[in-house]
Design a protein around this ligand. Structure first.
Ligand code: MV4
Length: 447
């Protein structure tokens, strides 16, 4: 095992990684921007290096400064967390070339999954179900028209460099196709510096279900069940749970096997997530693969009983993972507590937390880097805590979450807590009767 690692991140995930490292006897190096001097990841790491001014591109996204910090402190490995440089192929490459172990996949893997059309073709070749559509990017309008007419309208145009819902458009009729493709290409070029787009059949009101997979460097790939992530607003997840209220043992087995087959076909190593769309007929289709640990990994940890950060370090250090299938036990739900005002269209609400009380008790976990007197800087994402409740079944987990939310106190800034309190009391949510469009009509103020 490594003696010392550098954590190239901030906030709750930096703290999450430090906690596991302390348990394992691995020393930690925090890096921080000038805005994060008083952050808990700086305080709890064994060493901390200031890497620059507040804006991300001058600190947490600045590769030379992070590599310099690793050299100076004698770290052996670098954990990127999520966001920032976690899915930057160049960073993975530079870490390795500089003599550090990158705790994540190699650059070729990150690149292959970063191109959404290429990722789809790779999965299709491995036998993973994909949505009907163009083979690779659209190169001429006549081919695109032929594909769209064959699969039927509505279709969806997606940017190859997009992902997470950026650069998509739905086309309802043939007359609009050419214009929409051109607009999509122009927008993709501006946003991603890559005009490549592809076409798919539009799946109406799908659910977003993802499979947690894990590979080691000895050829083993396993899955740890699914996460239900359909509760999203403008492609930002607000709540995740495992298992999904609609995934049967048969769906789980098929989806898990498909995810493992896809990941194994590329020799995947480390933590990864395969995202699927699940349609109304319970058919599922590959959507994207994330080559990092995700925000919502905690719900999987609670139902599987494995510390996924520990396992990332274990695999990166050359260790093997257990091949035996893992059984899901109980139910876990995660609510993202963001410093955003749900009364004002979820507008960010940075500032000083004047009072803070963390809920606790049986079956409650709070992953957070904030405290009373902490200032939420305006430069980074607005997530300040993840509240996780688990129980022997979904109803128990929801009731426990409702109770934990009711005792949580965050004063000084607006948060998404009132939204989640309403959600826990909503009949459709409690019945598991929702899809990716649920929040378009859910009015938390009237629950
Ligand atoms: C789709 C789709 C319907 N049909 N693809 C949104 C995020 C990006 N990863 C892909 N997304 C979608 N792709 C086809 N062929 C609907 C969505 C979608 C969605 C997916 C997951 C979670 C929330 C969503 C909200 C709107 C649209």
């Amino acid at each position: 095992m490594f003696k010392k690692i550098l954590i190239a991140n901030r906030g709750e995930i930096a703290l999450r990684i430090i906690r596991t490292c302390r348990e394992m006897g691995v020393k930690t190096v925090a890096v921080y921007s000038e805005a994060d001097k008083h952050s808990l990841h700086v305080r709890f790491a064994d060493e901390a290096v200031c890497i620059g001014p507040p804006p991300g591109r001058e600190s947490y996204l600045n590769i030379p400064r992070i590599i310099s910090a690793a050299y100076l402190t004698g770290a052996e490995a670098i954990h990127p967390g999520y966001g920032f440089l976690a899915e930057n192929a160049e960073f993975s490459d530079i870490c390795t070339a500089s003599g550090f172990v990158f705790i994540g996949p190699d650059p070729a893997m990150i690149e292959a999954m970063g191109d959404k059309a290429r990722a789809k073709e790779t999965m299709k070749a491995a036998g993973v179900p994909v949505v009907m559509g163009s083979e690779g990017i659209i190169t001429n309008i006549e081919d695109a028209k032929a594909v769209a007419n064959e699969i039927g309208f509505p279709v969806i145009i997606k940017a190859v460099a997009g992902g997470g819902g950026r650069g998509m458009r739905i086309v309802h009729e043939a007359a609009d196709l050419e214009q929409q493709i051109q607009t999509a290409q122009t927008e993709a070029l501006t946003a991603f510096n890559n005009a490549g787009v592809y076409i798919e059949k539009y799946i109406d009101r799908p659910r977003h279900i993802e499979i947690q997979i894990f590979g080691d460097n000895h050829g083993t790939v396993v899955h740890y069940g699914e996460r239900e992530c359909s509760i999203q607003r403008r492609h930002q997840k607000l709540l995740e749970e495992s298992p999904s209220p609609v995934v049967t043992e048969a769906i789980r087995t098929a989806m898990g096997a498909a995810a493992v087959k896809g990941a194994a076909s590329v020799g995947y190593s480390g933590a990864g997530t395969i995202e699927f769309l699940l349609d109304k007929d319970s058919k599922f289709y590959f959507m994207e693969m994330n080559t990092r640990i995700q925000v919502e990994h905690c719900v999987t940890e609670q139902v599987i009983g494995i510390d996924l950060i520990r396992q990332q370090l274990h695999v990166a250090a050359g260790g093997k993972i257990a091949k035996k299938p893992q059984r899901l036990e109980g139910h876990a739900i995660e609510c993202r507590i963001n410093a955003e005002d749900p009364m004002k269209d979820f507008r960010p609400s940075p500032g000083v937390i004047t009072s803070f009380h963390a809920p606790g008790g049986y079956g409650v976990r709070l992953d957070s880097h904030v405290y009373s007197g902490y200032t939420i800087p305006p430069y980074y994402d607005s997530m300040i805590a993840k509240l996780i409740a688990f129980g022997s079944n979904r109803e128990e987990a929801i009731d426990r979450m409702r109770s934990a939310l009711d005792e949580m106190i965050v004063e000084g800034v607006a948060t998404t807590i009132p939204f989640h309190r309403a959600l826990m009391r909503d009949k459709r949510f409690r019945d598991g009767d929702f899809d990716t469009h649920f929040l378009e009509t859910f009015d938390w103020k009237t629950v």
